[in-house]
Write a protein that binds this ligand. Structure first.
Ligand SMILES: Cc1ncc(COP(=O)(O)O)c(C=O)c1O
Length: 387
C-alpha cells in the first residue's frame, strides 16, 4: 500500500536519537531547548515551547488565553477533532464557522457574519482556532482584523503548515495571531514521533504555557509565594499537566528540522506533478493561494461525481483495494456523535458537509518516488474514468 503520508528518517536522525540514549538525560536535558531554538529560527517567533503533542499544545494555548467555563471557542468543522476538543478541555463551549468552498479553510466572510449575530446575542467567542488545512494558511489578515474589532484571541492550528509562509512571514511567526501550534506526528511535515509545539511573541503567554506544560510548577523565585526552603525548593502555583517532550523526541526534531525546506520543496514538486498529470480528470485539484507558500501536508482532490459513474465511497474503496492508501481529511467535527450530542446536526455547515461528500487525500510524502506517484495517478485515472 502506498501510504498517504509517512515519515522520512535518515541516518542523521537515528544518530541523533542514539546519542541521546547514550547521554545523561532522556528528558529535561539540552535537546528540548535546542529544538525550541530551532523552531524560533525557522519561524521568527519570540518564544517556542516543545510539548508531547499538538493536542497538548492546543490545550495549554487555550488555558494561557484564559479560556474557561462560560467562554466560547470557534473553529472550522473541517479539521481534526483536537482543534475543537481543546475548548471543551477548558470547560468552554465550542462552535464552528463554515469553510470557504475554494480553500477549505475557515471562511472569513462567514466568520464576520457569525460575529455580527453573536454580538447581538452577547455570545462572542473568546478564542478562535484558525486551522491551516493541508498547510495552506487561512486568511490571517482578515481574521486578525476581526479579532481586533470583536476582541477575541487567535490560535493558529498550524499542525499541517510548518515550513510554509503567509504573505512575507513564515507560518509560526504569530504576526497575525496570539499563539501558533505545530504537530510533529509521523504523517506531518517534520516528525518527533509524537510531539507538538506552541509559539508566541508574548512573554506572559509563553511563561503561562511553560507552567501548564509541567504541573504548574516553578523554580523561579520571583514567581513563588514563599521564601525557598532550600535549593531543592519548587512551588506549584497553578494546576498544570505533564505535557513535556522527551529528549529523544527533541533530538529527532532538531535533526528533522534541518531538512524543513527540503521537505516542503519535495511536497511542492510532487504537487506540481499531480497538477500536471491530473488536470484532465473529473476532479477539482486544490486551489493554492497566490500570496502564500503552503506547507502542503495534504493534497486533497474533490471528485466531480456528476461526471464519474461511481460513488465517493466506491472510488475511495477501489483506490485502497488497488494499493493506494488514500485517506479523508476530515469528517466534519460537528457530525461526530460526541458533538451531535451537544446539538449539532447535518445541515449546520453546508460547505463543510459538501466537502465531506467528495474529498479524498492522495498520497504525498517526502520519500515518495516518481514511480509510486505515477502508480497513484494511473490507478486514480483508471478508476474515475472507467464505467
Ligand atoms: C489540524 C490538526 N490539529 C491538531 C492535531 C493533533 O495533533 P497531535 O496528534 O500532535 O496531537 C492534528 C493531528 O492530526 C491535526 O491535523
Amino acid at each position: 500500500m502506498i501510504p498517504y503520508g509517512k515519515q522520512d528518517i535518515i541516518q542523521a536522525d537515528i544518530d541523533a536519537v542514539v546519542a541521546v540514549l547514550k547521554s545523561d538525560f532522556l528528558t529535561q536535558g539540552p535537546q528540548v531547548p535546542a529544538f525550541e531554538k530551532a523552531l524560533i529560527n525557522a519561524t521568527g517567533a519570540n518564544y517556542a515551547l516543545a510539548v508531547n503533542s499538538a493536542t497538548s499544545a492546543l490545550h495549554i494555548a487555550c488555558l494561557a488565553l484564559e479560556l474557561g467555563a462560560g467562554d466560547i471557542l470557534w473553529t472550522t468543522p473541517i479539521t481534526f477533532v483536537a482543534s475543537a476538543n481543546c475548548g471543551l478541555y477548558c470547560g468552554a463551549e465550542v462552535d464552528f464557522v463554515d469553510i470557504d468552498p475554494a480553500t477549505y479553510n475557515l471562511c472569513p466572510q462567514a466568520l464576520r457574519l457569525k460575529l455580527i449575530e453573536a454580538k447581538k446575542q452577547n455570545r462572542l467567542p473568546k478564542v478562535l482556532v484558525a486551522v491551516h488545512l493541508c498547510g495552506q494558511p487561512c486568511d490571517m489578515k482578515a481574521i486578525h482584523a476581526l479579532a481586533v474589532e470583536y476582541g477575541f484571541k487567535v490560535i493558529e492550528d498550524a499542525s499541517h503548515a510548518i515550513g510554509g509562509r503567509y504573505l512575507d512571514s513564515p507560518i509560526g511567526s504569530c504576526e497575525f495571531s496570539d499563539i501558533t501550534v505545530f504537530s510533529f506526528h509521523p504523517v506531518k511535515i517534520v516528525t518527533t514521533a509524537e510531539g507538538g509545539a506552541t509559539l508566541t511573541n508574548d512573554e506572559t503567554l509563553a511563561n503561562k504555557m511553560a507552567l501548564y506544560r509541567s504541573h504548574g510548577i516553578t523554580r523561579d523565585k520571583s514567581l513563588m509565594e514563599n521564601t525557598p526552603h532550600g535549593s531543592w525548593y519548587y512551588e506549584q502555583i497553578d494546576l498544570g499537566f505533564n505535557y513535556r517532550m522527551t529528549e529523544l523526541q527533541a533530538a529527532l526534531g532538531v535533526s528533522q528540522i534541518a531538512r524543513l525546506e527540503a521537505f516542503v520543496a519535495t511536497r511542492h514538486r510532487l504537487a506540481s506533478r499531480y497538477y500536471e498529470k491530473l488536470n484532465d480528470l473529473p476532479i477539482t485539484l486544490p486551489y493554492q493561494l497566490p500570496n502564500s507558500y503552503s506547507g502542503l501536508h495534504l493534497f486533497v482532490i474533490r471528485l466531480d461525481l456528476s461526471r464519474i459513474s461511481k460513488t465517493h465511497k466506491g472510488v475511495f474503496d477501489e483506490l485502497r483495494a488497488n494499493g493506494i492508501g488514500v485517506n479523508l481529511h476530515y469528517i466534519p467535527v460537528h457530525l461526530q456523535p460526541y458533538y451531535q450530542r451537544m446539538g449539532f446536526k447535518l445541515g449546520d455547515f453546508p460547505y463543510a458537509e459538501s466537502y465531506y461528500t467528495n474529498a479524498i487525500s492522495l498520497p504525498m510524502f517526502h520519500g515518495m518516488t516518481d514511480e509510486q506517484q505515477d502508480e497513484v495517478i494511473r490507478k486514480l485515472t483508471d478508476i474515475v474514468m472507467s464505467k
